[in-house]
Design a protein around this ligand. Structure first.
Ligand code: ZN
Length: 163
């Protein structure tokens, strides 16, 4: 029986992700695919809907607008903070991601965008915010998710839950 992508299937995909200018952002081969569970909200919804009903071997291109992807950039999420607030102040590098808290105290990930003399400029936007995302997708293996995977909302390896 040929499997098709539908809710609660574990889907393996190889993909190439480029931005609106054609620059490569990320890629994954079908030998070392990205795996996700269809229909549980763990992947980009616009890509999941484009993949719905596809079979192993299918190839498709999906364009995701910023609104469908990670939203528009919000310049208010860019902050400069004193370097001495970081325990590892000397090890900070541009491009590094650090965990902190947003204005309401919720844990959030920030990207270090600039290092100044006594301050660090942090960007709380998702790294892909504001970008048009072009996915070139090739569908690999499709299988039923186990009940445990559905309960956890993520894919398990051969040895079960390992994270
Ligand atoms: Zn798990």
């Amino acid at each position: 029986m040929i499997m098709q992508i539908s809710k609660n299937k574990v889907v393996s995909i190889g993909f190439k992700l480029t931005d609106g200018d054609g620059s490569l952002i990320d890629e994954s081969s079908t030998e070392e695919p990205l795996k996700y569970i269809q229909g549980v909200g763990s992947f980009i919804p616009a890509v999941e809907s484009a993949l719905e009903g596809k079979e192993e071997g299918a190839e498709l291109k999906v364009t995701v607008t910023p609104e469908e992807g990670f939203g528009q950039r919000d310049e208010e999420l860019v902050h400069s903070v004193p370097k001495d607030r970081f325990q590892s102040g000397g090890d900070l590098q541009v491009g590094m991601q650090v965990q902190g808290q947003d204005d309401s105290g919720t844990p959030a990930i920030f990207t270090v965008v600039a290092l100044e003399d006594d301050t660090v400029k942090l960007d709380g936007n998702h790294p892909l915010a504001g970008m048009t995302l072009n996915f070139d997708v090739k569908v690999g293996e499709i299988r039923d998710a186990t009940q445990e995977e559905i309960d956890h909302g993520h894919v398990h390896g051969p040895g079960g839950h390992q994270h």
